[in-house]
Design a protein around this ligand. Structure first.
Ligand code: PRX
Length: 646
């Protein structure tokens, strides 16, 4: 296949799950997995109908699936409510006094909300929303720090059928206004500010700016978090605590259609305009609920912590909806991993005896950089399972996670999914899957991926190509809000009948998937299509390297050359180390991946969710000015620094 992506990553280590983990796991044998997966493939409607019994329905559906990709409807005719499934149904069990959310603020304050208390707050706030004139179908923007009121507001919206659009608290007022306008939001919920590394992130002033350009927003609810001075506009802005006073805690959950829009979440596309990914009630909730149970093997005794901000899809599905629908205890943390010191996460694990920990490779690489002494100071023996999400994890970072955080006893679930997929698609099942560092392993039951060429032809084992989904699944996005044509074009336009959302991957002889990153991160070096991620992994396997980002630049002879940005664990790099790294990569991968340039840098440009912005690095490598959108960059000064370091 001439346009297959050449895969050069050689990884042969394999880690079977510990026997005691397997014995207690929800999915505990290969036969069980095979039976589920095959049933889902051969009789999807029968499979999903059976699985849907894990949700509580007000009215049963009459048809499991209507239509085919891209136009699908799931559980047609059914009625249910997400907040009812996350809260009310636990209140008739012993779980009513179980901790639903254990919250820790950045300054060290904490709050624990039991299912009963959370239910009460949600019902009260749902009544507040109604009083403010919000009705089912209205869009509500949430622009908040990681405080319990954010989860309360989400659940209150879902209780009355309002569609929430959460905007990560790090976005600028312009980004907020764009999203408000795209979604035609009626109400905003925010806070005076939030805490980030000891400083206040002012939110209300950004809302004031955004509202000047958001004509559809009528009212704003403000949570008092930091206590700083804010301007409150009469008849427009209301304090959360004032509104909640004396409000009834009786608010029956609305009986909503399966396909009722639950939330919109904006995600960046290759063009400047963000995409409003729309998820609906039943399918999304079922996906979040079942994957939480299967992948994280959630048990009632667990204290589960997903470190993602709720402003991203990971926080939606795996801080709030998935864990709560399972009656689990979910830890929510407002702060950063390195404030007031680099051991903050480990301190929290020790404090709350966290048993399941789910974080991102970018965080793991930072932990490696800060040194083993930080995790080593704390008791991490409560951990039984680790997870990773957001980008491919380099095998060496995987090994560090396994060894230093997992004490070599915790399985690692490397979970591949996307904002668009709503829930985890490809991941180890921790009781049965022998993991291979760097592979997200096999598809979950009901998920039927394939690796195909640019023309949509299936490729053989170990041939790199495009990762597609061949069958619909309940938690897939239904549209891009207000732009159905773009939804059809972006995800189904390239390969008709197949869902393709931009990743390159290969599937090995064991049926394990190895995601190589976005296809626009793929290089063509002397006729070989190479994954930048694999070269990065080779660099990170060098003992002095903490992090690296590899991009292509125009090269006279090779077409594209390899420019490697490298961050060292300590100290500065010199010419000798450049030579050393070059031969290290050649040794690891081969001459085809010989770096043409190595540039040492103290930091890499990242989005606020931690993804390296390779587009900007490509401009620097090519000596171009950076065009396009840089508003998602976490630290604006980095570009100037990178140019100075040339
Ligand atoms: O490229 C894949 C990468 O993140 C993309 C989805 O990003 P987003 O919608 O922001 O959602 C992130 C959280 C689900 C994917 O197209 N990605 C995510 N998880 C993995 C991954 N790449 C490799 N391995 C993963 N486990």
């Amino acid at each position: 296949m001439s346009n297959a992506i050449t895969s050069v990553l050689q990884e042969t280590r394999k880690f079977p799950p510990p026997a005691e983990f397997t014995a207690a796991a929800h999915i505990s044998s290969e036969e069980q997995y095979n039976a589920m997966w095959n049933k889902a493939k051969d009789d999807p409607e029968g499979f999903w109908s059976e699985i849907s019994k894990n949700l509580d329905w007000f009215q049963p559906f009459t048809k499991v699936l209507e239509g085919d990709m891209p136009e699908t409807k799931w559980f047609v005719g059914g009625k249910l409510n997400v907040s009812y499934n996350c809260l009310d149904r636990h209140l008739t069990t012993w779980r009513k006094n179980k901790a639903a959310i254990i919250w820790e603020g950045e300054p060290g304050d904490s709050r624990i909300l039991t299912y009963q208390e959370l239910h009460r707050e949600v019902c009260k706030f749902a009544n507040v929303l109604k009083k403010l004139g919000v009705v089912a179908g209205d869009r509500v923007t949430l622009y908040m720090p990681m405080i319990p009121e954010l989860a309360i507001a989400m659940l209150a919206c879902s209780r009355i059928g309002a569609t929430h659009s959460i905007i990560f608290g790090g976005f600028s007022s312009d980004a907020v206004a764009d999203r408000n306008n795209d979604a035609q939001c009626k109400l905003m919920i925010t806070a005076d500010g939030g805490w980030r590394r000891g400083k206040e992130v002012p939110l209300k002033p950004a809302v004031d700016e955004a509202i000047k350009k958001s004509p559809t927003v009528e009212k704003v609810v403000v949570v008092k978090r930091t206590g700083s001075d804010v301007t409150m506009v009469p008849d427009r802005d209301y304090w959360w605590h004032d509104l909640m006073e004396g409000v009834s805690a009786d608010c029956p959950a609305a009986e909503l259609d399966s396909e009722h829009p639950l939330f919109i979440l904006y995600t960046s596309g290759s063009t400047g305009k963000p995409k409003g990914v729309l998820h609906t009630t039943a399918g999304y909730l079922l996906g979040a609920t079942m994957t939480s149970r299967w992948v994280f093997d959630l048990k009632d005794e667990d204290t589960y912590w997903c470190t993602a901000d709720i402003g991203w899809v990971t926080g939606h599905s795996y801080v709030v909806y998935g864990p709560l629908a399972n009656g689990a205890t979910s830890v929510m943390f407002e702060g950063a991993p390195n404030w007031p010191h680099e051991g903050r996460f480990w301190e929290l694990i020790e404090k709350y005896r966290v048993s399941i920990f789910y974080t991102a490779p970018t965080a793991i690489r930072a932990f490696i950089k800060w040194g083993d002494e930080w995790p080593n100071k704390y008791d991490l023996s409560s951990l039984r399972l680790l997870g990773s999400v957001g980008e491919p994890i380099n095998p060496e970072a995987w090994m560090w996670y396994h060894r230093v955080i997992g004490g070599e006893r915790c399985p690692i679930v490397d979970t591949w999914w996307q904002t668009e997929t709503g829930s985890i698609m490809i991941s180890p099942l921790p009781g049965i899957t022998a993991t291979k560092p760097g592979s997200c392993t096999r598809p979950l039951p009901g998920i039927v991926p394939a690796i195909v060429s640019e023309k949509g032809e299936p490729l053989e084992a170990n041939q790199g190509g495009l990762l597609v989904m061949t069958k619909p699944w309940p938690s897939m996005l239904r549209t891009l809000y207000g732009d159905h044509q773009r939804f059809q074009d972006v995800y189904f336009g390239k390969l008709p009948g197949l869902y393709f959302a931009g990743d390159g991957a290969r599937c090995d002889e064991d049926g394990y998937y190895w995601v190589m990153g976005r296809v626009d991160d793929v290089l063509n070096v002397a006729g070989h299509r190479l994954s930048t991620m694999e070269v990065e992994s080779a660099l990170v396997s060098h003992p002095l390297v903490a992090e690296s980002a590899v991009v292509g630049f125009p090269h006279e002879i090779k077409g594209e050359g390899l420019c490697c940005f490298v961050t060292l664990k300590t100290g500065a790099g010199d010419e000798t180390l450049k030579k050393d790294l070059t031969s290290h990569v050649r040794k690891q991968i081969g001459a085809v991946a010989t770096p043409d340039q190595i540039r040492f840098t103290n930091s890499l440009p990242k989005t606020r969710s931690g993804k390296i912005m390779r587009r900007l690095l490509r401009d620097i490598a090519a000596g171009r000015e950076s065009g396009g959108d840089t508003t998602t960059l976490e630290d604006y000064t980095i570009l100037a620094k990178l140019r100075d370091e040339e």
